[in-house]
Design a protein. Structure first.
Length: 217
């Protein structure tokens, strides 16, 4: 909060690396979702454990939800709006052979959005086979599926697939600083704090075993 206040006070142009916001798949999904009522979304970051020591220590990384699946939580916010309430459950005990490991093995997080939409996002770092990363959004008679390399739009009798692409977030930031115009930046420091608050609320809910309400605004 202190950093965000200083950035605002000094008028500094800031950008946070939520690169999914710049993907072509995300752009296409956002355009498709305009004016449509979302029923629910399913998100997931399921895979193996990154091979760096700090990632498996909660006091260093914050855990998978905070450090890795944060990109899916941010994508859900970007497409569906702000979250009102979070409920989470977690599992441990599957990675006993890993030294200095104290993060959750599996976390399931339910989100209730201010719009009325709901979502569930799964995180798991237990498998090096069969994993998946992405977000699926469903409404009446349609589905939008976003993965790192493509967008899939499904409607009755029609499925459209668009391959990868998108903007270079580094170039967007450099252009913003050079021109003094931050309008092309899709994730400011202040906005990214909302995603951090969301993932920390999920961790808190899992630890305390009860839902956590988020502040509006």
């Amino acid at each position: 909060r202190e950093v965000a206040s200083a950035i605002k006070e000094k008028g500094v142009i800031s950008s946070v690396g939520y690169h999914w916001r710049y993907m072509g798949a995300t752009e296409g999904a956002k355009e498709f979702l305009k004016g449509r009522d979302v029923g629910f979304a399913l998100g997931y970051w399921i895979g193996g454990m990154p091979g760096v020591w700090w990632w498996r220590r909660k006091e260093k990384s914050g855990g998978q939800v905070v450090e890795q699946t944060t990109h899916i939580f941010d994508l859900a916010r970007y497409l569906l709006g702000e979250v009102a309430e979070v409920r989470a459950i977690a599992r441990t005990g599957l990675m006993r052979d890993v030294p200095d490991y104290d993060v959750y093995d599996v976390t399931l997080v339910q989100l209730a959005f201010q719009s009325g939409a709901v979502a569930e996002i799964a995180s798991a770092c237990i498998t090096r086979a069969g994993g998946r990363v992405g977000l699926e959004v469903y409404g009446r008679d349609w589905a939008v599926k976003i993965s790192p390399d493509r967008l899939e739009i499904c409607e009755p009798g029609r499925t459209e697939i668009r391959e990868g692409g998108g903007l270079d977030e580094d170039r967007v930031f450099v252009q913003a600083v050079s021109s003094g115009d931050p309008s092309g930046i899709r994730s400011s420091y202040e906005d990214a704090l909302r995603t951090l608050e969301l993932t920390l609320a999920a961790e808190r809910s899992a630890a305390e075993g009860k839902p956590v309400k988020l502040k509006e605004g």
